[in-house]
Ligand binder design. Sequence first.
Ligand code: G2I
Length: 486
Amino acid sequence: MGENPLPADGGRRLVGTRRLLVAGALGVLGTATALAASVPAGAAAGTLGAAAAQSGRYYGAAIAAGHMNDSTYVATWDREFNAVTPENEMKWDATEPSRGSFRFTSADQIVSHAQSKGMKIRGHTLVWHNQLPSWVGGLSASDLRSAMTNHINNVMGHYKGKIYAWDVVNEAFADGGAVGTLRSSVFTQKLGNGFIEEAFRAARAADPNAKLCYNDYNIDDANANKTRGVYNMIKDFKARGVPIDCVGLQSHLSSGSVPSNYQQNIAQFAALGVDVQITELDIGGSGSAQADAYRRVTQACTAVPRCTGITVWGITDKYSWRSGDTPLLFDGNFNKKQAYTAVLDALNAATPNTSPSPTTSPNTSPSPTTSPNTSPSPNTSPSPTPPVGGACSATIETTNSWPGGFQSTVTVRAGSSAVNGWTVKWTWPSGQSISSLWNGTQSGSGSSVTVSNASYNGSIAAGSSTTFGFTANGSAATPTATCTSP
Ligand code: G2I
C-alpha cells in the first residue's frame, strides 16, 4: 500500500519535536473573518468549519488541554474548527489511572470549551491496548471483563449526552498476518477476540445516543488485508445486530501515500451501513504535494454522503505528534499553509450533504461518482435540451475481494451521442448475488441483474462516463454487461 509513515509499533512512538523553519516559506493568507453564521447560502465560506458545515459535515481538530494556555492555539481552534477530539485526555490512563478512581479534569476542560462554542465532540478512546494503566495488565479474565465494562460505563456515563461519536475500540487489528488477525493484547489474551463485541454492546447501553465507532490506522487502502479485516468485522456486526455506527479512518499519511482507492475505500465502508469519519488526519510533507494530498482526501470524503466529517490530528505543526513531518494545516507560527487553502477550497466545492447520516436503510444515500465531464460546463445553456438517445457500453471491474465476497465498479460510457437514462444488464456465472448497490437502481433477482441509473446520474455527455458500484456475495466475477439507453 505504498510507503507507510508509521513505525512498526503502530505509530505510538512520539516523534521528537524539531524546531520548525517553515514560517514564511509556505502560503500565508490573510486572516479569514467569515463566520459560519454570516455565510450566505451558496457563498464560499472562509473557515474550515463553516465550509464543512455548508456541506453538512464537521471539520475538527485534536486538541491537547496542555496547550490551552496558548491563546493563538485556542483562537485558531475557535475560528477554524467546529469539532474536537481530545488528543490524550479521555484515554484509559488519563481517566482511570487506578482502578475505580476516575479523573476527568483535563478532558472536562476541552469538553466545556467545545460546548460553549457549539462544537461536536468525538470521544477518544475507551478500549485500546496503548496508554493503558499498568493495573489493567495484572487482572484475571473475569476482573478484566468487569473492569472494561466499568470503565466504559463511567467514562461514557460522565459525558452522556455530550459526545457525538465515541471511538469505542481503537487499533485492535494487527498490521500483518492473514485477513482478520487481531493484535495480541491483554484484551485478546484474556477475553479472546470477542472483547470488541463486548465493548460495543456495553457502550450502546452506557450512552444510547452516541455514535459508536471502530477506529484504526492503515485501513485507508481499500484492498489492504487490515482494511479487509475491519470491513469483514463491521459486516459481521451488522449482520448479527452488534451495535456499531461508524468506522474511523485515522489516515496518518504522507504526501505520496494517499491510496489511489481512498474514496472507494470510504464508499465500501459506507455501503455496509455505517458512517465513515476521517479521525486523525495528518499528511507529512510540504508545499503543493502536501496540498494535493489533503485535497484528495477532502474530496474523497465529500464525494460520499456517509462520510460525515474530518478531524485533523492537531492544529499546528509545532505541537504535532509527528512534528518533524510538518503534517498539519498550520505551520509552527499558526500561519495557514498551502494545504489549508486546498482543504478550504475542496470543502467549499463540495455538494451539500442533505442526508449525511441516515440511521436506517443503508446504501440508499446517493454517492455521485459521475466523472467531472458529465456535469454541464459553466457555459452550457441551462435551457432544457431534448433528450438525445445514443448507445452506451458498460464494463465491470473487480475493485476488492475477500473470502466469500467482492466489490465491483461498473463504468457506464456514452458513445458518440449523449445518453439520457441507461440500463445495464448481465448474468452471474456461478450464483453470485448483490448485497448492496450504490449510484444505481437494481431490479429483478436471481442470476439476471438489471441496473438502471439513479435519479442524478442518468445523463452522460457524449464520450463521457459515470460509475455505479456494488458489493456481492460469491467469488469475484466480471461478466460481460450490456448497456441500453432509451
Ligand atoms: O500515535 C498517534 C495516534 C495514533 N492513533 C491513536 C491516537 O490516540 C494517537 O495519538 C497519540 C497522541 O497524539 C500523542 O500525544 O498518542 C500518543 C501516545 O499513544 C500520544 O503521545 C503521548 C506521549 O507518548 C507521552 O509521552 C505523553 O505523556 O502523549 C502523552 C501526553 O502528552
